[in-house]
Design a protein around this ligand. Structure first.
Ligand code: ZN
Length: 209
């Protein structure tokens, strides 16, 4: 085999292995890792056993099996979850996971079943965890969000009617398009007013007549 072929094969295998290790560390499912890297189930299992199985403490990695979660409800369970989803979606947009087509529709910039796609998503997820260390959305949920945004039938990036910022919007929700930050601000100012109103009401009822 000519040396250039050997070199390119070596580089390809190395990038597959590096990506697989990164995805295992993020607790991606075997099926997801296999899709991006092209490695077999057996190879992925051996990587996990060799490099992660015996780690304990903060480096403990659990091996995820089965299908990736598809339900999008998790992104709208609370304003803070919706903010996490929004951070992920905007990082995906910024770091080339998506391509914006005419009409504002999101599509994948590179094929889903490829090493470049897996690397971009890993980069986004690593940045997301750096920006929001206490965030609870998993790598697999980030993956689901990415696919849901490209399908565009349940979730989409929308503009907030109050602040004009972009956010992940639930297309099936009846409420108007207000971003989670503005919703949180409104509920905080309402709860700050509540004790004031209560003490005013108490003063009125206890005032001597
Ligand atoms: Zn807003």
């Amino acid at each position: 085999m000519p040396s250039t072929n050997v070199e390119s094969r070596y580089r390809r295998e190395r990038s597959q292995l590096e990506l697989a290790l990164e995805m295992i560390a993020f607790e991606a499912r075997t099926r997801t890792i296999k899709g991006c890297t092209g490695l077999s189930d057996d190879r992925i299992r051996k990587l996990y056993t060799t490099y992660f199985k015996h780690e304990r403490g903060p480096l403990t990695v659990r091996r995820q099996r089965g299908k990736s979660p598809r339900r999008v409800d998790v992104f709208f369970r609370s304003p803070s979850k919706q903010m996490e989803a929004t951070t992920l979606a905007l990082l995906m947009l910024h770091y080339g996971v998506f391509a914006l087509s005419v009409g504002g529709r999101l599509s994948l910039a590179v094929p889903r079943q490829s090493v470049p796609f897996g690397r971009r998503l890993c980069r986004v997820y690593a940045l997301f965890k750096t920006l929001q260390p206490s965030a609870t959305l998993s790598f697999e949920q980030a993956w689901s969000l990415c696919l849901a945004l490209t399908r565009g039938d349940e979730v989409a990036l929308a503009r907030c009617l109050t602040c004009d910022g972009q956010f992940v919007h639930d297309l099936l929700a009846a409420e108007r398009s207000v971003c989670p930050c503005c919703r949180l601000r409104t509920s905080q100012s309402e709860s700050a007013k509540a004790p004031q109103l209560a003490s005013q009401a108490e003063a009125r009822t206890t005032r001597p007549r």
